[in-house]
Design a protein around this ligand. Structure first.
Ligand code: SAH
Length: 494
C-alpha cells in the first residue's frame, strides 16, 4: 500500500516537473478562472498547473502572461479579459487596480459575500475538521450551522476613519493619496470610495492651508518638513467630525488659519495635532495637542455612546459593527442574571453592549489606554455593572482562576455563564483557551477576524467538551477579502 502510494506520488511529481519545464516566464496563456484564492486572486488551471492571476474575476476567460513559476503553480499577469465573467462588475474607483486597498471591487457584491462564506467554510472544514450545514438545508442532525455572510445595503463609503499620507511630487507640489504597492511613493487620490465623501473636502482645505502658508510636507528620506498624515474620523450616528494632523514636531505654524478653514466643515468637533518625530512607518505618536474644540468625538453603536480620541481603537465600519454585536448578544442569550467575561475587549465596545442585558461583565484588554477609554465609556453611559482589567487574556484569566479557586471556589466570576472572545488575527493563546475550559461557561461566543485561527481554536474547544452551534460570517470590509465571523459554542451535557 505504502509502496503504491509512493509510486503514484512519484508519477505525479514527474508530470508536474514536466509541466513546470513546459511553462516558462513570459509565456502567454489563455485561462478560464475557476476559483479564487484567499487574497482574491483569480485561479485558472492549464495542464493541471494552477495559475494565480491578480485582478481576474471568477468566471472570466482571460489572456495572461506568466510572471513566475513555482514548483507546482505559477503567477501570471492579466493582459486582457477575453470574455468577462457574469460576476464581473465595473469597479467604482478609477484607482482600483493601482491602490491595492480593495482586492475584489470588480466582483459583484453578492458574489463577494459568497466568496467570504466559502473562505470561512473552507477553513472550518480543512483546518478545524468540521462538518457544516447550510442554514437553508438544516437537517436537524445537530451539526454546526453556517449562515450566509451578512452584507451591507450600500457596500461603499462605509469607513468612519481615514489616514492620508502627505508628501511632495516630482515637481514639488504637495500631494496626498495612497502609497503605491511596496513603496512610499504617493499616488495622488483624495477620493477613496470606502471613506466618507467629506474626506476630499477636508484634504482640499488642509492642502490649501499648507500651500498658502508655506508649510512643508514631511520628507521621510531627510526627516525634515512638518505634516506627515491627516487623520479623519466621523461619527456616523452623531455626524461629528475629527481632524488630526500628524506632525514632525510640536508646533504647527499658522495653526489658527487651519482651524478657521476647517470650521466651515459641517459637524467639525475636534481639531488636534499628533506629535510623531520618529523615523518610522507607525503613523501616530503618543502625544495629542488640542487646537480647537474637544479632543474627541462621540458616536453611538446601538444606544451605547462612545468617546473616541485620535488614539482610540474603534471599529471602522459602524453599520456592520452594530450587526456583529447584535449577533454576539443574541448568541450570548442574556436574561439579566448572567456573569460574562469579554476577553480582548478593546475600549469596551462589546462589554458595554452586553452589560445592558447581563448581571455583571468583566473585560480584559492588554492596551492600557484602551481600558482608560473603556472605563470612561462605561461612566458616560451610566453603566456600573462592568469591571475592566489591563493585561493579557492568557495571564489575567488564569491568575484570577487559580487564585480565586483556592480562596473563593464558588465565586460567580470564576464560573461565568458566557465568555466572549474577540482576539487579534493570531487567535487565542493556548493558556487562555485552557482556562476558558476550566471555567466551564455554558456558552462561548467567539468573534474572529481570521477564520484560520478561529478554526484552530474551535477545534481545541470542541475536543474539550464544547460544540459549535452557529457560524455567522459578517462583511465588515466590503470590496476587500477580509471577513469577520461570530460563532456560538455551547457546553455539551456531561
Ligand atoms: N472587542 C473589541 C476589540 C477587538 S480587537 C472591539 O470590538 O472593538 C482585539 C483587541 O485585543 C485589541 O484591542 C488588542 O489590543 C487586544 N489584544 C491583543 N492581544 C491581547 C492579549 N494577549 N490579551 C488581551 N488583549 C489583547
Amino acid at each position: 500500500m505504502m509502496k503504491e502510494k509512493k509510486q503514484r506520488n512519484g508519477k505525479q511529481d514527474f508530470s508536474r516537473q514536466e509541466n513546470k519545464n513546459f511553462f516558462q516566464k513570459d509565456m502567454e496563456l489563455e485561462l478560464l478562472i475557476e476559483d479564487m484564492g484567499t487574497e482574491g486572486e483569480g485561479i485558472g488551471k492549464k495542464e493541471g498547473v494552477a495559475f494565480f492571476v491578480k485582478d481576474a474575476v471568477l468566471g472570466d476567460l482571460v489572456r495572461v502572461n506568466i510572471m513566475k513559476m513555482k514548483k507546482n503553480y505559477g503567477y501570471a499577469r492579466l493582459i486582457r479579459v477575453l470574455k468577462p465573467s457574469p460576476y464581473r462588475t465595473e469597479p467604482r474607483c478609477p484607482m482600483y487596480r493601482q491602490c491595492g486597498g480593495c482586492q475584489i471591487q470588480a466582483l459583484d457584491y453578492g458574489k463577494q459575500l459568497e466568496f467570504k462564506e466559502n473562505k470561512v467554510k473552507n477553513n472550518l472544514t480543512r483546518i478545524g475538521g468540521f462538518q457544516l450545514e447550510e442554514a437553508a438545508c438544516e437537517s436537524g442532525k445537530g451539526l454546526p450551522v453556517i449562515h450566509p455572510a451578512m452584507g451591507m445595503e450600500e457596500p461603499y463609503h462605509y469607513r468612519n476613519k481615514a489616514q492620508f499620507p502627505i508628501g511632495t511630487d516630482k515637481n514639488g507640489n504637495i500631494v496626498t493619496g495612497f502609497y503605491a504597492a511596496r513603496s512610499h511613493t504617493i499616488i495622488p487620490n483624495r477620493n477613496c470610495f470606502l471613506g466618507v465623501k467629506l474626506n476630499e473636502e477636508i484634504l482640499n482645505l488642509v492642502i490649501e492651508f499648507m500651500e498658502e502658508n508655506g508649510i512643508a510636507p514631511y520628507q521621510e528620506t531627510t526627516g525634515t518638513g512638518v505634516v506627515r498624515h491627516v487623520l479623519i474620523r466621523c461619527g456616523f450616528a452623531t455626524e461629528e467630525v475629527m481632524v488630526c494632523l500628524v506632525i514632525n514636531g510640536r508646533k504647527l505654524p499658522f495653526a489658527d488659519k487651519l482651524t478657521a478653514k476647517l470650521q466651515s466643515i459641517p459637524g467639525m468637533t475636534s481639531i488636534t495635532l499628533n506629535v510623531n518625530e520618529k523615523n518610522t512607518n507607525v503613523i501616530l505618536g503618543d502625544e495629542i495637542i488640542p487646537l480647537w474644540g474637544q479632543n474627541y468625538i462621540t458616536d453611538y453603536i446601538g444606544n451605547v455612546k462612545y468617546q473616541i480620541s485620535p488614539l482610540s481603537f474603534y471599529q471602522v465600519n459602524p453599520v456592520q459593527t452594530q450587526k456583529l454585536y447584535e449577533k454576539a448578544l443574541e448568541y450570548a442569550e442574556l436574561t439579566g442574571t448572567e456573569t460574562v467575561w469579554d476577553l480582548y475587549c478593546g475600549i469596551g465596545t462589546i462589554s458595554l453592549f452586553l452589560a445592558q442585558k447581563a448581571k455583571q461583565v468583566y473585560g480584559v484588554e492588554v492596551v492600557a489606554p484602551a481600558i482608560k477609554d473603556a472605563r470612561n465609556n462605561a461612566r458616560i453611559n451610566g453603566i456600573t455593572n462592568v469591571e475592566f482589567f489591563v493585561g493579557k487574556a492568557e495571564e489575567v484569566l488564569p491568575e484570577f482562576y487559580e487564585k480565586g479557586i483556592s480562596e473563593h471556589p464558588g465565586a460567580e466570576m470564576l464560573h461565568p455563564d458566557v465568555i466572549v472572545v474577540d482576539p487579534p488575527r493570531k487567535g487565542c493563546d493556548a493558556r487562555c483557551l485552557e482556562t476558558i475550559v476550566k471555567m466551564q461557561p455554558k456558552r462561548v461566543v467567539y468573534v474572529s477576524c481570521d477564520s484560520a485561527t478561529l478554526a484552530r481554536d474551535l477545534k481545541y474547544l470542541c475536543g474539550e467538551g464544547y460544540e459549535v452551534r452557529e457560524v455567522q460570517p459578517v462583511d465588515m470590509f466590503p470590496q476587500t477579502t477580509h471577513v469577520e465571523t461570530v460563532c456560538l459554542l455551547s457546553r455539551k451535557a456531561q
